[in-house]
Design a binder for this molecule. Structure first.
Ligand code: GDP
Length: 410
């Protein structure tokens, strides 16, 4: 079995949110860490690496995934035993705005990496950052399936079980955005290079992962930022898109541990889910973030007063989809389909001990196609020894502290 200590490692996407956390962990294990970095127009240094104090400890090689010769050079210099391929355009709305850019980086970039390894006859273990977005449209109830069909949209493949939750690696892939399609491409290509050429590839499909340094455009970080702004009186409302969406949010460090485990123990040519086996709504995330920031929440109600929920953040660990996991009363009500917040509601008032906080729905933040719910089944990676260590509140605390620290630093 391969160990990580003293290994030579190459990370694509090292300057990103996950790449920088992974680099730190690998350096701590004594590995030699190389990373590919695009030249910046302003010659500024990568903030994520600086924040973690590892900028001088990693070897940065100039290159770009879309330029195969730069990838070949990076492989020559680093001679990696393990490659973690995390580099990508990873924001779903951006992939709708500029699908070509997403495909060039995520599809052609992935092909370039595998081709460079193949042509050069190298034999590293290569771990691919696939995504839960590949599953996309996951059918959670007969009613949902009916609604989709009534709206004239097709569901392919037809579900073989309802609910299709929790999501196993064998669930159908129904990607719902250009980003998700690009990850399906990489996922299949990685497996194809194993079958065709014997490359030692492993695919991770990580569900959402969050924490300090997460890009401000993602919902958890965006909400954490806005909650801090409310706390400091800088804004008087929170703006969001669809608050009904459910995500399986992990702490980034749990996912980073999973990547390392896969590199050591994963079976080549295989696919592994990574997640927390919890699912929580966006509205729940906002309310819990307000609570962690010190507000006591009594009630929520829509702007027009039509929909009300008392003590919405009360915690329950009731069973849904055959799994017990921590969730709020709001999550329960949404999961039972008893309430749904619509754009016509315009927003929600959060009634707290310190007054009313408005959450306003911003139509620009709603997506052309939405993934309604994600919930992982991680039994497969658990058999390799994976355990989730962090709770949802750990993630929220880290994200709030990140903005607090940034504020202190000025
Ligand atoms: P994704 O799951 O990779 O798309 O991660 P995001 O953090 O970008 O989005 C998670 C969910 O939050 C999606 O269902 C979004 O529609 C929903 N959402 C609601 N409001 C917002 C918002 O203001 N920003 C973002 N990024 N997502 C939002």
């Amino acid at each position: 079995m391969k160990e990580l200590e003293d290994s030579r490692i190459l990370i694509t996407g090292i300057t990103g949110f996950v790449g920088s956390h992974l680099a730190k962990k690998l350096l701590d294990t004594g590995s030699e860490v190389y990373g590919i970095i695009r030249r910046r127009a302003d010659w500024s240094n990568p903030q994520n690496l600086i924040d973690k104090g590892i900028y001088d400890d990693v070897s940065l090689l100039e290159g770009d995934l879309v330029d195969i010769s730069s990838i070949a050079r990076a492989l020559d210099v680093s001679q990696p035993e393990i490659v973690f391929h995390l580099g990508a355009q990873s924001f779903v709305p951006q992939s709708f705005l500029n699908p070509l850019e997403t495909m060039q980086i995520n599809c052609i970039g992935t092909l370039n990496l595998l081709e460079a390894i193949r042509i050069k006859n190298l034999d590293p273990i290569v771990v691919f950052a696939g995504s839960s977005e590949e599953y996309g449209l996951v059918i959670s109830s007969e009613r949902q399936l009916e609604e989709i069909k009534n709206s004239g949209k097709a569901v392919f493949p037809e579900p073989e079980r309802i609910p299709e939750l929790p999501i196993k690696e064998s669930n159908p892939l129904r990607p719902m955005s250009p980003y998700a399609v690009s990850k399906v491409y990489g996922d299949f290509l990685f497996r194809n290079y194993h079958h065709s050429y014997g490359l030692r590839t492993i695919v991770s499909r990580a569900f959402n992962h969050e924490g300090a340094g997460r890009g401000k455009m993602f919902v958890t970080a965006n909400v954490a930022l806005q909650v801090m702004q409310i706390k400091f009186g800088e804004v008087d409302r929170i703006r969001v898109g669809n608050v009904n969406a459910f995500r399986d949010w992990s702490h980034v460090n749990d996912i980073v541990n999973g990547y390392c485990l896969l590199a050591i123990k994963g079976k080549y040519g295989e696919v592994y889910n990574q997640g927390s086996m919890r699912t929580n709504s966006v509205i729940s995330y906002i309310l819990l973030a307000l609570e962690v920031a010190g507000y006591k929440i009594k009630r929520i109600e829509t702007f027009n007063g039509d929909k009300k929920i008392e003590a919405p953040t009360q915690i329950s660990d009731s069973k849904f989809f055959g799994i017990k996991f921590e969730k709020t009363i709001v999550d329960e009500i949404l999961l039972k389909d008893e309430i749904r917040f619509d754009p016509q509601d315009k927003g929600i008032f959060v009634i707290t001990d310190a007054g009313k906080i408005p959450i306003e729905f911003d139509l620009k933040r709603f997506r052309p196609a939405e993934v309604p719910i994600l919930l992982s089944d991680t039994s497969k990676i658990q058999k390799l020894g994976f355990r989730t260590e962090h709770s949802l509140k750990d993630i929220i605390r880290d994200q709030l502290n990140y903005y607090l620290d940034a504020k202190r630093r000025g």
